[in-house]
Design a protein around this ligand. Structure first.
Ligand code: B3K
Ligand code: ZN
Length: 923
């Protein structure tokens, strides 16, 4: 493994940049084989900085063609060039530096900097891609005003876009043309963008709250214009929502979204010119699923919201990444929840005119809409972030150190970061939080700031609300890693009718914390813990806390342990814990199965109600994974079957909610509770439980399937998507026992489906549970119909890669398919990631063929696209906790990669951390 690049950067290393760069002028002569860039910087030494201070600019994989200072070439003795920096000495206090350079977009497979996708040119600069375009202080606290001139062949690149406003558009000789763009807002280099190529554009004009006319545009491949309506509508909804919920208006005259097929992440919030992975822009009912529609709205919202939380107020350094990401994820989560509620509100009129059953359904959906969104977010957090927070990459939401910042766009920074914001929202209340946000913008607009700056503004509001209290303990969420565990003890005294709740927290050292020595002590967190109590018959009990009465109380745990008393409680109650998932913690409480069944039927908190049923299922699956002879049929506990039957029998519950309640917990979440870990066994146990629930409750599933049809034209509204999700869940249970009646239903649905959600759900059932020939025919038909649409071809790869019938041989063969390429991250994710990360049953086999396949793909992928390779490397984060027969083969695969001499900095950091921590844990 290369060691020279293993430099660790620490948060405490931060030093302000010694120069200001007021303006940047960039002129591009665009050509995929060699693009020339002229970069003209207006520089000013920061007052008080020594006159001999070197100017150090970042640059990578670019060729220097010329360097001049105030119009004169800089002599060689005055500058130094190495593989990562250009340093210039002896600069006057203020000057103009001009740098000419060359980059090769068509050789750029990393998709960072300027690159080619299809026939077009795109950029991606966050976090450190701008330095692959030109030399610059490529750090977020250097903010400048940009003017950008783009020149290219007019036939090949009829559209040329950059940030801000279009200043001019000029024809040039030799069928070339030029556009000039100016961004009126100072920005860091990571928000720079350009796009050039041939595009279709869907657009509309609208007015901001203050009455300014703005142009909204969505650009995509020619021919895909029928698929951008939802994205453009979503953009307008996002604009409206930010005005209404946060009082934040669009600050530019135009806002552009451009879709590309080749993109490392979901999308990028470049000022006024968002660049998107096509998967989060393009949608048509025939080819996109309900999940795609929801994701598009959410990602469009996320990037749009960054315009304030990220762009207007940005990060001082990359350790502060969660300042913008956690906050913006919180905002996009709220946006989705509000959009669901609003869409249901709009249905009121239709429903009022219809039957009382329709109205009842609508009421049920309205009652649980926010809980459904909350459940989905918590499922994702537990599957991705909890394991991360217990493994070698564990880090606080504000990391202390990194080798490669690209590795820190993590579930922790994003999703746990959003939870930390949500806790502040819960502690302050909606009005208090809004006040805090208003103060944040009033104080920091136009600046590059820290997480502490954000918490300061929230703390000021909290202290006004709760005199004498502050966020000094709360701030530990930013500094300490790991998922705290909260152990709950309930004592009841029937003589005094008093119930006492004790909360006790602990959080082990994780990740880099384990290497900080014995004198590094972790301190208790400030945990807002929402609690309710149910009488043994399921009735919610009124509780009083701080003089207020309510069914739910918010306990604020700040010490290692604290106690609360509740009086007038006649019988020992059943506790409903961590309602609405009020903090990102793990609850420890020994409910009996009967108590869980009671909560699953009666808990008025929709989240805790869902949680109770999930815990019943989790216990069942874990028990089988541990004890079961995998060849024998499973026997299910009566409580689980009864709970599932009750949920199926309760049509008054919203279908979307029931779909979540009746689904089984994810393997990734359950695996954290299994020692030693044996993902394959766990997957087999989960499948067996699903099949048995399918068999025992067959007629109820069938009835549910038929009751939740969605006739008529496709609509991605929450009522229809909820019904489809329940119907398709029922179908998967019906197919799980591999009986003909279920499979015939799947075949029928596959043949007649009027939308991709139903088509893909049926295909998945056939691929997983039908005979090979039936499955192959369905896959063949699907490919024939959709081979021209890359996003659907991704689905075709993914459904095979994730199938319980898949094998290493099959997946390896699919890597030879003409449609497979390592150059397109979506394709790699659809096949290689799906298999290695989402197919525990066939990836984690004892003979180790899956691990050999992983190593083979790592070695191919790392030189092509290190950012994506490093994500794949994380498959073995938890290697040392696995059963010995798996662990040894995982270690061998990791060591094989570690031995590669020219490994990227990205992958090297992941592998090294994994090996280091694993070695400690294995001791
Ligand atoms: N801010 C981008 C992150 C891109 C980083 C890629 N290395 C996406 C987002 O969170 O909106
Ligand atoms: Zn973001």
């Amino acid at each position: 493994m290369q060691t020279d690049s293993a430099i660790t950067i620490h948060r405490s290393d931060y030093r302000p940049y010694p120069f200001r760069i007021e303006t940047v002028q960039l002129a591009f002569d665009l050509d995929p084989a060699g693009t020339r860039v002229r970069n003209t910087l207006r520089l000013q030494r920061v007052p008080g900085t020594p006159a001999n201070t070197l100017l150090v600019l970042d640059g990578e994989d670019i060729e220097l063609l010329g360097l001049s200072l105030d119009g004169q070439p800089v002599e060689a003795a005055r500058y130094r060039l190495d593989a990562r920096t250009l340093s210039v000495a002896g600069l006057p206090e203020s000057c103009t530096l001009t740098i000419d350079s060359l980059c090769r977009p068509d050789a750029n497979t990393k998709l960072m900097g300027l690159y080619v996708s299809g026939e077009s040119l795109f950029t991606q600069c966050e976090a450190e891609g701008f330095r692959r375009i030109t030399w610059f202080p490529d750090r977020p606290d250097v903010m400048s005003r940009y003017q950008v001139t783009l020149r290219a062949d007019k036939n090949a690149y009829p559209v040329m876009l950059s940030n801000g406003n279009l200043i001019s558009s000029t024809e040039l000789p030799d069928s070339r043309h030029e556009t000039v763009w100016e961004d009126p807002f100072p920005k860091p280099s990571y928000l720079f963008a350009l796009v050039a190529g041939r595009f279709a554009c869907r657009q509309k004009t609208t007015h901001t709250a203050s009455g300014r006319e703005v142009l909204l545009q969505v650009y995509s491949d020619p021919g895909s214009e029928a698929q951008t309506e939802w994205a453009l509508d979503s953009l307008e909804r996002a604009l409206r929502w930010d005005e209404q919920r946060f009082g934040l208006e669009l600050d530019l005259d135009r806002f552009m979204v451009v879709a590309t097929r080749d993109f490392n992440m979901g999308a990028m919030e470049n000022k006024g010119l968002n660049i998107f992975n096509a998967a989060y822009v393009l949608a048509h009912p025939d080819s996109a699923t309900d999940a795609n529609y929801e994701a598009i709205e959410s990602v469009i919202g996320h990037e749009y919201f960054h315009n304030w939380t990220g762009n207007r107020v940005t990060c001082r350094d990359w350790f502060q990444l969660s300042l913008k990401e956690g906050l913006t994820v919180f905002r996009d989560q709220e946006f989705t929840a509000d959009m669901m509620a609003e869409a249901l509100q709009r249905r009121e009129e239709d429903a009022a005119a219809g039957s009382s059953a329709a109205l009842a359904q609508l009421r049920a959906a309205q009652a649980s809409a926010r809980a459904v969104k909350r459940i989905d977010d918590v499922i994702a957090l537990r599957a991705a972030q909890f394991p991360e927070d217990a493994g070698p990459m564990a880090h606080p939401i504000r990391p202390e150190s990194y080798q490669e910042i690209g590795n820190f766009y993590t579930a922790t920074v994003y999703e746990k970061g959003a939870e930390v914001i949500r806790m502040q929202h819960r502690l302050l209340g909606e009005a208090g939080f809004r006040q805090g946000m208003d103060d944040y913008f009033a104080r920091f607009d136009g600046q590059a700031v820290t997480c502490d700056d954000f918490v300061d503004t929230m703390e000021a509001v909290y202290t006004r609300q709760h005199p004498g209290q502050d966020f000094s303990i709360f701030r530990r969420w930013y500094a300490q890693a790991g998922t705290p565990r909260v152990k709950v003890t309930l004592a009841h005294d029937s003589a005094t009718q008093r119930c006492t709740i004790t909360l006790q927290q602990r959080c082990d050292k994780v990740g880099v914390e384990t290497q900080r020595g014995a004198d590094y002590v972790k301190h208790p967190f400030h945990i807002p813990f929402a609690l309710g109590l149910l009488a043994p018959d399921g009735t919610p009990l009124p509780l009083s806390l701080n003089g207020e009465q309510s069914d739910t109380v918010l306990l604020e745990l700040r010490e290692e342990q604290a106690q609360w008393h509740f009086d007038s409680i006649a019988q020992r109650p059943v506790p409903s814990l961590l309602r609405d998932f009020s903090a990102p913690v793990i609850v420890e409480y020994d409910w009996t199965d009967e108590e869980l069944a009671l909560l699953s039927e009666h808990d008025p908190d929709a989240f805790a109600r869902w949680e109770a049923g999930q815990e019943l299922a989790a216990r069942e699956i874990l028990r089988h994974a541990r004890d079961m002879d995998l060849d024998e049929p499973v026997t299910l506990s009566a409580s689980l079957v009864r709970a599932w039957a009750t949920l199926l029998h309760t049509p008054a519950l919203d279908p979307a909610y029931r779909a979540r309640a009746l689904a089984l917990p994810l393997e990734k979440t359950l695996l954290e509770r299994m020692r030693p870990m044996h993902p394959g066994r766990l997957a087999a146990a989960r499948l067996a439980v699903r099949a048995e629930l399918g068999r025992q409750l067959g007629s109820l599933w069938l009835q549910t399937y038929h009751e939740n049809m969605t006739p008529g034209a496709y609509s991605p509204d929450p009522l229809s998507t909820g019904r489809r999700s329940l119907k398709n869940l029922a179908l998967s249970y019906l197919c799980a026992p591999r009986k003909q009646d279920g499979l015939s239903l799947a075949q029928q649905q596959f043949q007649k489906a009027g939308n991709m959600t139903d088509s893909l759900a049926a295909l998945a059932c056939l691929v997983n549970d039908a005979d090979t020939i039936v499955a192959q025919n369905a896959l063949g038909d699907f490919y024939t119909r959709w081979h021209h649409d890359p996003l659907v071809v991704d689905k075709w790869f993914a459904v095979q890669a994730a199938s319980c019938n898949s094998t290493v041989a099959l997946v390896r063969k699919l890597t030879q398919h003409p449609a497979f390429t390592l150059l397109t991250p979506n394709r790699v994710r659809a096949l290689v990631f799906q298999f290695c990360m989402n197919n525990a049953l066939n990836f984690h086999t004892e003979e180790g063929a899956g691990y050999a396949f992983w190593a083979e793909q790592m070695l191919l992928l790392d030189p092509v696209n290190p950012e994506i390779a490093a994500r794949l490397a994380r498959v073995f984060d938890r290697w040392s906790l696995h059963a010995p027969e798996l662990r040894e083969k995982m270690l061998a695969a990791l060591e094989l990669i570690a031995a590669e001499p020219s490994l990227s900095r990205n992958t090297s950091e992941i592998i090294q951390k994994s090996l280091n921590l694993g070695a400690l844990e294995a001791k």
